[in-house]
Ligand binder design. Structure first.
Ligand code: BGC
Length: 756
């Protein structure tokens, strides 16, 4: 590889300014005289969207495999499989001459209404981070870079270019950043894409604290930060904020502004040089892998089918599934013949081929008779005649299969959903069909939760098939006929009603601002805290077999945070067919100095078991599994004490709980200050020592200060009252009895505390 430092020195100011802005919609600027190659980037994330004309943003792309979208990938809970898919993506990117694939997106599913939820993994940062890291490792092992996006707190499409996300520091650290952090630290992505929106008042493209202090300095990110396409309102400010590459280009006017700013002394040339260094590093790294290898269309299609089947979630099954060779099947719904396998927008892939669910079913069904009814139109009109025809077909059949896909006018990149519902026609269709045919299966295509209470009781089975990629049609047939035993579990809670979702009162915001008022409590963290019922909990999914958990145990009953602890459990397949179970490990902190969610996912494992087989699943829990972000200390902290390790088959189905004691190795400085309460002083290890004498004296004088020491005078529990008073205020009431003014005493105590 070229010596980058020397190269930067050899480049003119104009060349450097040009390098940090794209040369086209999809390429960076080459510097021929110095042998600097152009870097070719393409969307992403679940396939390669390589457009032939580099200046055409939205043009039809070259054929590539459309893998399932992230919503389905997350429901696989299968890191190895995603690694494999990453390798396949890298192979296709290579074949199509692409150096960096723009994805994956690891933004949290804060609300099911986000139009782009199909591109996002989960409501849980640990799950999203772990799975995305495996995908990224797979891709980059093939010599193709990724662009982890959209950094950060980009959780809606409404006003996505400008909205100001207001989120408190702890929530940002514990919910919205950890998936990025995990991927950056574990998988070392070549690039990170900043989000369009503002974060606490500053555009993400100019956010020094986010891009430089957190991403580059704290997490050690070594690649370049690229703007989302068109996310840069001010190029000079964005360079100062840590944004290395602006896309798309060219933008001669802005390039000149960068040159002028350096000449005028407004932009430190060292800042520009750093961006140049980062872009060069990746451009050369990408060039190391020769492009243009062929890819195996059939093999990738087969992989897409395996992935699709593994991420579909069986939500309900009265025993109808797997199908026992019915001879008359009513296939209902446009999506049976026009499969809904991807979302609209920048991730739209031109598939190499597409499996039609209807055709795939016909292949499985052999001589059985399949009828097809459209069921609902492509638009939002009500067409009762389509329902009537479907009802007739269902009545004559042994089984009805309804394919219901949320239409793209309801859900896409660029705009959000306004409700959780299927279309009115689809709801009426399901109700009418299931009224005459109780043996009805509903197959859903959507990117996030949909409401089902209006119809779910009437149907025999429901399969969540997501936006399933080009091979999803075959995967559905595999599951319906039991060739594949479903093993997906939800990576997000399915609520009963939109009004009961955590962000309901704060989505999508107004007046240019969205406040994350629910704080840490998104997804199951919220429903746990409210003990609120849901339609289907996080981590839920059925199988054609059953699993028993036994012998839950830990590697130690007491452990140091830096050593971590390993939890093990034996899982047995107690049914008649082979299957895969997803074991979920949640951590519950019995007592903490700050409020914490009741439990948080900190580990998981997917295990395949033959009937009767037992295997031990072991999951290691590290420091971070027990830590929380303390805004006072500005760091991740652990606190000594008791925890419970919960082993579950879903967030609402705990199979075992094991207590464990953590010993924190942190020596934290005291947070006591002039406002600290009596309680805080008593609970502070150092504060309680230095103030012990004073407290004794105060307690003795309490009666004198507050009149008699009983609760009669002002009708309250005096101790309860005193505990929540700032120490300085309490002393203020006793000032006459004190040797010095209260603030002098407290200041002296604080000096003793902090000098320790
Ligand atoms: C999207 C990105 C995408 C980019 C390039 C943007 O509008 O938000 O995810 O990578 O366009 O197409």
């Amino acid at each position: 590889m070229k010596d980058i430092t020397t190269l930067v020195q050899q480049m003119t100011l104009e060349e450097k300014a040009a390098l940090v802005t794209g040369a086209s919609a999809w390429t960076t600027t080459p510097v021929e005289r110095l042998g600097v190659p152009e870097l070719f980037v393409s969307d992403g994330p679940h396939g390669v969207r390589r457009v032939p004309d580099v200046h055409a943003l939205g043009a039809q792309s070259l054929p590539a495999t459309c893998f399932p979208t992230a919503a389905l990938l997350a429901a696989t809970w299968n890191s190895d499989l995603l690694h494999e898919m990453g390798q396949a993506l890298a192979g296709e990117a290579n074949a199509l001459g692409v150096g960096v694939l723009l994805g994956p997106g690891v933004n949290m599913k804060r609300s099911p209404l986000c139009g782009r939820n199909f591109e996002y993994f989960s409501e849980d940062p640990f799950l999203a981070g772990e799975l995305a890291a495996s995908l990224v490792e797979g891709m980059q092992s093939g010599g193709i870079g990724v662009s982890l996006k959209h950094f950060a707190a980009n959780n809606q499409e409404y006003q996505r270019f400008s909205t100001d996300t207001i989120v408190d520091e702890r929530t940002l650290r514990e919910i919205y950043l950890p998936a990025f952090e995990r991927v950056v630290k574990r998988a070392r992505p070549w690039t990170v894409m900043c989000a369009y929106n503002k974060l606490n008042g500053v555009y993400c493209s100019e956010h020094y604290a986010l891009l430089v202090e957190i991403l580059k300095q704290e997490w050690g990110f070594e690649g370049f930060v690229v703007s989302d396409w068109g996310a840069v309102p001010d190029r000079v400010k964005s360079l100062q904020g840590g944004l290395d590459l602006e896309m798309p280009g060219p933008k001669p006017y802005r390039t000149q502004k960068v040159v002028d700013a350096v000449r005028a002394g407004e932009l430190d040339e060292a800042v520009l040089d750093e961006a140049v260094r980062r872009v060069l590093t990746i451009a050369f790294r990408a060039a190391e892998t020769p492009k243009g290898r062929a890819f195996d269309i059939a093999a990738d299609h087969a992989l897409a089918r395996r992935v699709a089947a593994e991420g579909m979630v069986l939500l309900k099954n009265d025993g109808l599934l797997p199908l026992q060779n019915p001879q008359r099947i009513a296939v209902i719904g446009r999506a049976a013949k026009e499969p809904h396998f991807q979302g609209g927008g920048s991730s739209h892939i031109n598939p190499t081929r597409v499996d039609s669910p209807f055709d795939e079913l016909q292949m499985r069904a052999g001589a059985a008779e399949l009828t097809y009814s459209e069921g609902y139109p492509a638009d939002d009109e009500l067409q009762p005649a389509l329902i009537d025809a479907a009802v007739e077909a269902a009545r004559r059949a042994e089984v009805a299969l309804i394919f219901a896909a949320l239409p793209s006018y309801k859900e896409s990149e660029g705009y959000d959903r306004t409700d959780l519902d299927l279309t009115a026609q689809q709801v009426a269709l399901i109700q009418a069909v299931s009224a005459v045919q109780p043996r009805t299966v509903v197959i859903l295509h959507n990117s996030s939760a949909v409401a089902m209470t209006a119809w779910i009781d009437g149907v025999a089975a429901v399969i969540e098939a997501w936006m399933m990629g080009q091979a999803g049609g075959g995967a559905i047939a595999d599951i319906l006929y039991g060739a594949v035993n479903p093993s997906g579990k939800l990576a997000e809670t399915f609520p009963l009603r939109i009004e009961e979702t955590p962000a309901y009162l704060n989505f999508p915001g107004d007046n240019g601002v969205v406040r994350y008022g629910e704080g840490l409590y998104i997804g199951y963290r919220y429903y746990d805290a409210k003990t609120a019922p849901v339609l289907f909990p996080f981590g839920y999914g059925l199988s054609y077999t059953t699993f028993a958990y036994s012998n839950a145990r830990l590697s130690a009953a007491t452990f140091r945070d830096v050593d971590g602890v390993t939890v093990s459990v034996d899982v047995t397949n107690t049914g008649a067919v082979a299957g895969k179970e997803i074991v979920q490990i949640y951590v519950h902190d019995r007592k903490a100095s700050l409020v914490r969610p009741a439990k948080e996912l900190k580990g998981f494992a997917k295990v395949e078991l033959q009937p009767g087989e037992t295997r031990t699943v072991s999951v290691a829990l590290d420091f971070r599994a027990f830590a929380f972000w303390h805004p006072g200390h500005k760091q991740w902290i652990t606190e000594s004490g008791e925890f419970d390790i919960l082993i579950g088959a879903s967030a609402a189905d705990m199979r075992a709980s094991v207590p464990v004691t953590l010993q924190s190795t942190l020596a934290l400085s005291s947070l006591l200050n002039i406002e600290s309460t009596v309680r805080a002083w008593l609970e502070d290890p150092r504060g309680s020592v230095v103030s012990a004498g004073l407290f004794q004296q105060m307690m003795a004088q309490m009666g004198q200060t507050f009149g008699g020491g009983d609760n009669e005078g002002i009708g309250m529990d005096m101790m309860g009252f005193v505990m929540e008073l700032p120490l300085a205020s309490l002393l203020g009431f006793q000032e006459a009895l004190l040797p010095a003014p209260s603030e002098v005493i407290v200041t002296e105590l604080l000096r003793q505390v902090h000098e320790a």
